[in-house]
Design a protein around this ligand. Structure first.
Ligand SMILES: Nc1nc2c(ncn2[C@@H]2O[C@H](COP(=O)(O)OP(=O)(O)OP(=O)(O)O)[C@@H](O)[C@H]2O)c(=O)[nH]1
Ligand SMILES: [Mg+2]
Length: 234
């Protein structure tokens, strides 16, 4: 609980045994529940996460979004939901900066911007920097909401998230949330966050396959939703 609001954390993780324990340990004490969405990791991710005190749900279908959707089944819509990655590239101890504007009623969604913050050298790859900048420019052009990053570290009001009716099951999760928030004119803001090189093996941006597939999915979703406005539950 923080200022009377329940705070619940969702972490999609795939083969992050070396990092996941550190991520969970650095999560602030005001957090009520930590849910790891695991996609059938073949290493000790599940055990390490449980040993560190997190709840783990397993989603058979591969995909960042699928793992998030599975973990969200265990969250309370009255809570503020915080997302971060399981590779220790985000700083969990910066979480208060993301949730406090929502607690104060200044925003329903807060994105942690690695671009506005300080990212360690090499933590953001050139394709990632270019791709995120292009996506943010298109979101501003089409829906009029200004973002500087599609960062994984973010917080959103549980009810607002539910109304966005999230659908994407892999690389389009972050951009879908920002497109739907912009389309619904959800009060949103960014705060600068720190970002460091991950521990362990990359599944997305650090691989050519992952970067290309993520790029295609992100631009594809922007094109699709610009032609057929996203349906939300509201
Ligand atoms: N459950 C699940 N988690 C995934 C999947 N792909 C990636 N992840 C997790 O999602 C987070 C982001 O994936 P990363 O590989 O770190 O992607 P990235 O941050 O763009 O790339 P890096 O800069 O190399 O870290 C990490 O916690 C991964 O473990 C997946 O298919 N299923
Ligand atoms: Mg990462």
């Amino acid at each position: 609980m923080r200022a009377g609001r329940k705070i619940e954390v969702v972490i999609p993780a795939l083969n992050e045994e070396r990092a996941i324990g550190k991520v969970v340990q650095d999560i602030p004490a005001f957090v009520d529940k930590i849910i790891i969405g695991d996609n059938g990791s073949r290493d000790q991710t599940v055990q390490k996460a449980r040993d560190a005190g997190a709840t783990v749900v397993v989603e058979e279908e591969r995909g960042y979004g699928a793992a998030c959707l599975k973990a969200l089944e265990l969250t309370d819509p009255d809570a503020i939901i915080v997302f971060l990655d399981g590779d220790y590239s985000d700083y969990p101890q910066e979480m208060a900066m993301l949730v406090d504007p929502i607690i104060a009623g200044d925003a329903k969604m807060v994105i942690g911007s690695r671009v506005a913050g300080n990212a360690q050298n090499g933590a953001l790859t050139p394709p990632q920097i270019f791709g995120n900048a292009l996506a943010c420019w298109l979101i501003k052009l089409i829906w009029g909401m200004q973002f500087s990053d599609l960062g994984p570290f973010r917080a959103i009001d549980g009810k607002a998230l539910d109304e966005l009716d999230m659908q994407d099951r892999n690389y389009g999760w972050t951009v879908e949330m920002q497109i739907k928030a912009a389309h619904a004119k959800l009060p949103s803001m960014e705060v600068p966050v720190s970002y460091r090189n991950r521990i362990g093996t990359s599944k997305v941006s650090g691989t050519i396959k992952g970067s290309v597939l993520a790029g295609i999915k992100i631009l594809g979703l922007i094109a699709r939703y610009s032609l057929a406005p996203p349906r939300t539950k509201k």
